[in-house]
Design a protein around this ligand. Structure first.
Ligand SMILES: C[S@@+](CC[C@H](N)C(=O)[O-])C[C@H]1O[C@@H](n2cnc3c(N)ncnc32)[C@H](O)[C@@H]1O
Length: 340
């Protein structure tokens, strides 16, 4: 090829590649939920499988689901979180059919009792008024951010029928402990059955918004609160992480990650906006209304720290009773190796 033609051809290829990379970045940036900058992972080859039985077919759906959820959460489709989703049959946790999928505008019923319908990134009704099995990729992002390690102690508030408690339990392994709290008696009964084979889980049929709570490395709340409760913050070991939905009276709030440092001020940041059912005993109407105003009028991306028991300063994003969120980073951070 003559040099000039070759140079033109090479330049066209480069700009095609640039356009493609720009397109992918653009497309990824419009995904509804994300954690910071999007890294586009190479597409993992799915082993091509044929199935002879129904059980094998469902296994293939679960395999696809695990890869989908892990990839949406920005973690490896071959990692431990994906493995936990792969080995946990969702149909066992959502109760008997007919299965109802929750959308922003109402429920859609699955047309038949085929677990394949459950292996999508959807919220599924738990069979109890207003209570649902949460969106898998949302929980996967939260759990990935909390980075539970083998042997960790976790407190899970709002266990429901135990689906995400099971995921957490698999990540901490049998050397770890998961203390799971649930207040709805019907769900507690189902959780007790579903969690019976996991010796590392202790199920408590009571509120997880009340003392005493055991000291823990990770405290994960699956219901919306209007404040970071003192009982949750006090349970955190040094370097411990609390993740909970800080939600207003009405509309969406945000998943707030709080990391205990060795100072008085904790690291804090919102991961993304979220809407959850209320956490009983962790809601205050006045604080809920103030949160509504804050989420409407202030930039939640700016929150960087949590103060307790001191007067709010100029950097205050919102102040509650005995706590306030600041847009200033905490003054002293002990290096814990944990993303705070
Ligand atoms: C949105 S549901 C999520 C259930 C479960 N995490 C799932 O996704 O399958 C929230 C759960 O929190 C429970 N809950 C609310 N307040 C609670 C509290 N103070 N202590 C323990 N559980 C609570 C509710 O009964 C409900 O089961």
């Amino acid at each position: 090829m003559p040099t000039l033609l070759f140079l033109r051809w090479a330049s066209r290829c480069r700009s095609r590649e640039r356009r493609r990379a720009e397109y992918l970045r653009e497309a990824a940036a419009h995904l509804p939920l994300q954690l910071g900058a999007v890294q586009l992972a190479p597409v993992a080859e799915m082993p091509k499988k044929h199935w002879n039985t129904d059980a094998e077919r469902i296994e293939a759906h679960r395999e696809f689901f695990a890869r989908l959820i892990a990839t949406r959460a920005g973690v490896s489709a071959d990692g431990e979180l994906a493995a936990a989703f792969r080995s946990t049959p969702r149909e066992r946790f959502v109760g008997g059919p007919p299965w109802r999928i929750l959308t922003r505008h109402g429920f859609v019923e699955a047309p038949r009792n085929d677990p394949a319908f459950l292996y999508q990134d959807v919220v599924v009704w738990l069979g109890a008024d207003g209570l649902n099995n949460g969106e898998p990729s949302l929980h996967a992002m939260c759990i990935a951010t909390l980075r539970p390690q083998k042997g960790d102690r976790i407190v899970h508030v709002g266990a429901g029928t135990g689906y995400y408690t099971t995921i957490l339990a698999k990540l901490v392994g049998e050397r770890g402990v998961v203390d799971a709290y649930e207040i709805e008696p019907g769900l507690v009964r189902r959780a007790a059955e579903n969690l019976a084979e996991l010796p590392q889980v202790r199920l408590h049929a009571r509120s997880g918004a009340e003392a005493p709570l055991p000291a823990c490395d990770v405290l994960y709340v699956s219901a919306g609160a209007t404040a970071p409760l003192a009982v949750w913050l006090d349970a955190l070991q040094a370097g411990g992480r609390l993740l909970f939905p800080l939600t207003p009276e009405d509309g969406a709030g945000g998943m707030l990650l709080i990391t205990r440092t060795d100072g008085e001020v904790y690291a804090a940041r919102f991961l993304f906006q979220a809407q959850f059912v209320g956490c009983m005993g962790a809601r205050d109407e006045y604080e809920g209304e103030r949160l509504e105003e804050a989420f409407r009028n202030r930039n939640w991306h700016k929150v960087k720290s949590l103060h307790r028991n001191d007067a709010p300063g100029e950097s205050c994003w919102i102040a509650g009773r005995g706590w306030w969120l600041s847009t200033e980073a905490p003054p002293v951070m002990r290096p814990t190796g944990v993303d705070g």
